[in-house]
Design a protein around this ligand. Structure first.
Ligand SMILES: Nc1ncnc2c1ncn2[C@@H]1O[C@H](COP(=O)(O)OP(=O)(O)O)[C@@H](O)[C@H]1O
Ligand SMILES: [Mg+2]
Length: 371
């Protein structure tokens, strides 16, 4: 049988790296290779600046960063081609999510919009491969949250007719997908922060970009009173559809809860409490949906041992394991999804996000950029 090769590119809220997947989507979907490409420090700083509400000369910075990221995404695609001794003609298309610099969904704004950058014209021109990008804005144009999109792919690759399943992606934000065994309805939404607050707090205190294994959090003690201030945030109790991002859960959010708490607390106890917040808010969102089943975890949060341990404790009636146990690399899953989304767009296949994002009808996502 002939193969149908696609490339998926993903750069999430965490900005830890560009994820690049080479996938065969001919029949059974398979990841052939997966690489990470570092985001140079200067580029990362420019992206973070663009995520801020205000700043100097934003339009020039936006234009320049858009193209610089497009070049970086193209270099990731070229690297995976070279590594696998393939040429551009052998690839059907690239699906590029882009880097979100602002996500202002309905419910949080009267003038909703979302922006992902990483110029797809540049990617198509430099790689010589048709590129599909801008996946979220059509959904929002139809009244949807523009997020999360992953649930549609989760259903395609992880659906079971034997057990109810939750697919939990712990990136910067955490999002869940419920796949019920008895029907094909999909529910999915962002539960709130995944790794983002842990990353921000350790960066601020220890100048490290992430809490390896969650060791620093494990050295502290969660503070019940501070946790209550955190869980009082209305995001956690608001009903789906809902989505969130760095513009909501950020260093100001941490500063606000700490000033509401207004007592002395060690930085490692804050980290332990932030980790507990991630685990509890995720677990509560899951338990509001179902009482038992499989919880399949993907995203960088899988590597945070303390977070996984805390989740397992919170979800003791569930079978919690990483997607690796189901044959899908937990780091590659999101980029894999965008390879598949690209194929759906190229083939003019619509996807039904109405129960996930709240959009008004099934839709063909994305724009197609020829080389
Ligand atoms: N060894 C590790 N220990 C703890 N946390 C980790 C580890 N490796 C990755 N992470 C966390 O995962 C995050 C990246 O996850 P990822 O799924 O790529 O998120 P995003 O989609 O937002 O880019 C990092 O920022 C970090 O918080
Ligand atoms: Mg990432």
């Amino acid at each position: 049988m002939s193969s149908e090769l696609y490339i998926g590119l993903m750069s999430g809220t965490s900005m830890d790296a560009v994820d690049c997947v080479l996938a065969d989507l001919s029949d059974a979907l398979n990841v052939i290779d997966f690489i990470n490409v570092d985001i140079p420090a200067r580029l990362k700083k420019d992206i973070l600046d663009l995520c801020l509400e205000s700043g100097d000369n934003q339009i020039k910075k936006l234009g320049e960063t858009d193209v610089a990221l497009g070049k970086l995404f193209a270099s990731a695609a070229i690297s995976i081609l070279e590594k696998n001794q393939l040429n551009a003609e052998q690839i059907q298309a690239i699906g590029s999510h882009g880097q979100t610099i602002r996500h202002q969904p309905p419910g949080q704004s009267d003038n909703p919009f979302t922006i992902q950058i990483g110029d797809p014209n540049t990617i198509a021109a430099l790689t010589g491969i048709t590129t599909v990008a801008d996946f979220r804005r059509k959904d929002m144009a139809l009244g949807g949250q523009g997020a999360p999109l992953l649930p549609a792919f989760h259903q395609r690759v992880l659906k079971s007719t034997q057990t109810d399943r939750i697919i939990l992606n712990i990136g910067g934000m955490a999002n869940i997908t419920l796949l019920r065994k008895e029907d094909n309805q999909i529910t999915g939404f962002d539960t709130g922060p995944g790794n983002i607050l842990l990353d921000i707090w350790i960066q601020e205190n220890l100048n490290q970009s992430f809490d390896n294994n969650g060791d620093w959090a494990a050295s502290g003690k969660p503070n019940a009173e501070l946790l209550e201030f955190m869980l009082n945030d209305p995001y956690f109790s608001s009903p789906p559809p809902k989505s969130t991002g760095r513009e909501y859960f950020n260093n100001s959010w941490i500063a606000n809860v700490l000033s509401a708490y207004a007592k002395e607390i060690s930085p490692q106890d804050v980290q332990a409490t932030l980790l507990e917040l991630a685990a509890i808010s995720i677990a509560q969102a899951i338990k509001n949906l179902i009482g038992a089943g499989d919880v399949i975890v993907c995203g960088g949060g899988v590597k945070n041992k303390q977070l996984m341990h805390c989740l397992e404790t919170q979800l003791d009636s569930f079978n919690v394991s990483s997607s690796n146990a189901y044959g899908i690399d937990s780091d590659a899953l999101e980029a894999f999804a965008f390879a598949w989304f690209a194929k759906q767009t190229i083939n003019r296949e619509s996807i039904d996000f109405t129960n996930i994002t709240g959009s008004s009808r099934p839709v063909i996502l994305g724009g197609i950029y020829s080389p």
